[in-house]
Design a protein around this ligand. Structure first.
Ligand code: 5RP
Length: 299
């Protein structure tokens, strides 16, 4: 029999009302605990920002430069990434299950670089995403493209499945060659994705009026990296995007194709999580490039 306890022995902290914590991720305060917990694996709870490392390129272009051997080139970078965007194939075969960041699983695919890229379909079941403990599932949306309706339909079906289990949906706004990548287009694309159920949106940074893109999108935006540019330019793009309302970056080639991917991801981290200015972060990058940190020898 448990011992009889008296109220006098207990402490109910009657003078201290229970506090409601403000959830730091934009537009997500009305969601359920599971989704908030998953979002907190993507966005650092202290800053509400994410350095997402994108390595999903293989799903349409095979062994991309820098990703030929993910075990060799990417695994050492994982400690610097808040979250990781990738396919289930690479996750299962190469990524150590001890990785603690948020997993963002590529859930659309179909055509390779040899075909019309926008003709994508859903390529993942929600049960598989749950089995792999994904924090989010990601789908490409081609607003204004030939397969606009089909890819919007991919987004809405995926968001329905993901919502059922408290998994986040990342919509990637892909801009077809025939379209102009400017703030007007990105406002349209990002807003449509958010209205139709995306929990977060990945889009490109543009130098003019980017703050109108983030302001009119009610959920967090992470900036896509795009083609490899000089390291200082990539750091500057990240810095400006964050100053203009983005909640993080989702970069691939500008990290793993840098002269030193390890120095680059650390420099980017200083911009995203520590508010370093681009020049300061670049100086850090160059120093690391000249003098890589010594690895402690194992005895
Ligand atoms: C396609 C994608 C990618 O496959 C990838 O994530 C792009 O990353 P980056 O442009 O930074 O190399 O999202 O649109």
């Amino acid at each position: 029999m448990p011992e009889q306890e008296t109220v006098a022995e207990k402490n109910f902290y009657l003078d201290r009302p229970q506090k409601n914590q403000v959830f730091p991720i934009k537009g997500c305060h009305n969601t359920d605990w599971g989704l908030k917990n998953r979002l907190s694996r993507i966005f650092h709870p202290r800053t509400g920002r994410s350095l997402m490392l994108a390595i999903d390129h293989g799903y349409f272009q095979g062994p991309t430069t820098g990703l030929e051997r993910v075990d060799v080139t990417i695994v050492p970078l994982l400690k610097s990434a808040d979250s990781l965007m990738l396919t289930r194939g690479i996750l299962r075969s190469v990524i150590p299950p001890t990785y603690r960041g948020g997993i963002v699983l590529r859930a659309s695919g179909g055509p390779s670089i040899l075909k019309e890229l926008s003709n994508e379909h859903l390529a993942l079941d929600i049960e598989e995403a749950l089995r792999l403990n994904a924090a989010a599932v990601a789908v490409q949306v081609f607003i204004g493209g030939e397969y606009e309706t089909q890819t919007v339909n991919n987004l809405t079906r995926l968001a329905d499945m993901a919502c059922r289990y408290g998994v986040a949906t990342l919509a990637v706004t892909a801009v077809g060659r025939e379209l102009t990548r400017d703030a007007k287009y990105l406002r349209l694309a990002c807003r449509i994705c958010a209205e139709l159920g995306a929990t977060l949106v990945k889009t490109y940074y543009v130098a003019d009026d980017f703050e109108t893109v983030t302001a009119s999108c009610p959920v967090p935006i992470v900036i896509a990296g795009g083609k490899k540019v000089p390291e200082l330019d990539a750091l500057t793009m990240a810095y400006r995007g964050l100053q203009e309302g983005a909640a993080g970056v989702d970069m691939g080639r500008n990290i793993f194709q840098a002269a030193s991917p390890s120095a680059m991801i650390q420099a980017l981290r200083l911009v995203v999580q520590k508010n370093f200015k681009p020049q300061q972060a670049y100086q850090f990058y160059q120093e690391r490039l000249r003098k890589p940190r010594k690895r402690r020898s194992k005895r």
